[in-house]
Design a protein around this ligand. Sequence first.
Ligand SMILES: NC(=O)C1=CN([C@@H]2O[C@H](COP(=O)(O)OP(=O)(O)OC[C@H]3O[C@@H](n4cnc5c(N)ncnc54)[C@H](OP(=O)(O)O)[C@@H]3O)[C@@H](O)[C@H]2O)C=CC1
Ligand SMILES: CC(=O)N[C@@H](CCC(=O)OP(=O)(O)O)C(=O)O
Length: 311
Amino acid sequence: MSQNLKSIFIDGEAGTTGLGIRDRLAALPEVVVKSIAADKRKDPAARKEMMAGVDLVVLCLPDDAARESVALADELGSDAPKIVDAATAHRVAPDWVYGFAEMAPGHAEKIANANRVSNPGCYPTGAIALLRPLVDAGLLAQDHPITVNAVSGYSGGGKSMIEAHEAGAAPAFELYGLGLHHKHLPELQLYSRLTRRPIFVPSVGNFRQGMLVSIPLHLDMLPGKPTTAALEAALTAHYAGSTYVSVVPSAQAGGKLEPESLNDTNRLELRVFGDDALGQAVLVANLDNLGKGASGAAVQNIRLMLGLAEG
Ligand SMILES: NC(=O)C1=CN([C@@H]2O[C@H](COP(=O)(O)OP(=O)(O)OC[C@H]3O[C@@H](n4cnc5c(N)ncnc54)[C@H](OP(=O)(O)O)[C@@H]3O)[C@@H](O)[C@H]2O)C=CC1
Ligand SMILES: CC(=O)N[C@@H](CCC(=O)OP(=O)(O)O)C(=O)O
């Protein structure tokens, strides 16, 4: 039995995303996580040696360190392990597969057959989940002027933001990214298939984890002036049979939503709020930024890449 175990090295195991992945992998009997000695975790030679001995490496590092790790793996040639990169570094790189299995038909198979998979950003996971099926169905024009508003728990900012909030040294709520160049915009635009750059307004609140991503729409500006029910039906059809992504029917949706309800899960819930008489709708995605927005999605990708059953 043990010779069939798949081995994994988490480069950046001590960080927020790395710890989340390690905890989730600990529950999988088919894998063994190989850890680097604490004093060697930033030593390139030791990291390269770890990579040479495993089936898959997960990069949970700042972007520059993630690029350095990929260069180390490249030096291993045909002995290089498969790679899942949780950083932003390779998300729009053409030779990497974007790790959002539910994004389009056949995409899970692309991940399963890939050697290099970039794990999506938390905000783009929610936005692409709402936008891509509507663009693919012709309900939303690719050049539609889209605005994405979002709120995240503070764990999205990694160790430093966690420390600031838990020390009481951070505001209760703040908008940021107001320079309109947030690092998630390139992947959000590319995989939503939008030709016009969206406006993205993220915010962070004084709660640890959880996320809401919302997109307001004027229905009379959409092709064919669809109803809110037509938008909901398109999303429901796209995610039919999905294990982790579901569309909550508008009849059950109510008029308010809080961000923490899916914490510690790999689930993503989508809702279409609206009023046809007003011709207005708001699409909302709810997820755990550390779950489907980071570590949960990484483990979903690892399972696909190593041929392990869905959990
Ligand atoms: N937090 C989140 O919700 C999400 C984060 N991500 C991405 O995951 C990556 C990690 O983020 P996160 O876990 O939040 O960050 P953290 O700051 O919590 O952790 C980063 C870890 O990387 C280590 N590290 C830094 N430089 C090196 C290096 N050169 N070699 C080896 N280890 C190094 C850090 O060690 P030390 O502290 O000692 O410097 C730390 O343990 C980032 O690219 C981030 O964008 C992705 C999705 C969501
Ligand atoms: C609250 C907060 O600061 N969030 C982070 C994004 C967290 C995340 O998931 O982004 P990556 O996957 O690209 O790291 C930010 O806006 O930079």
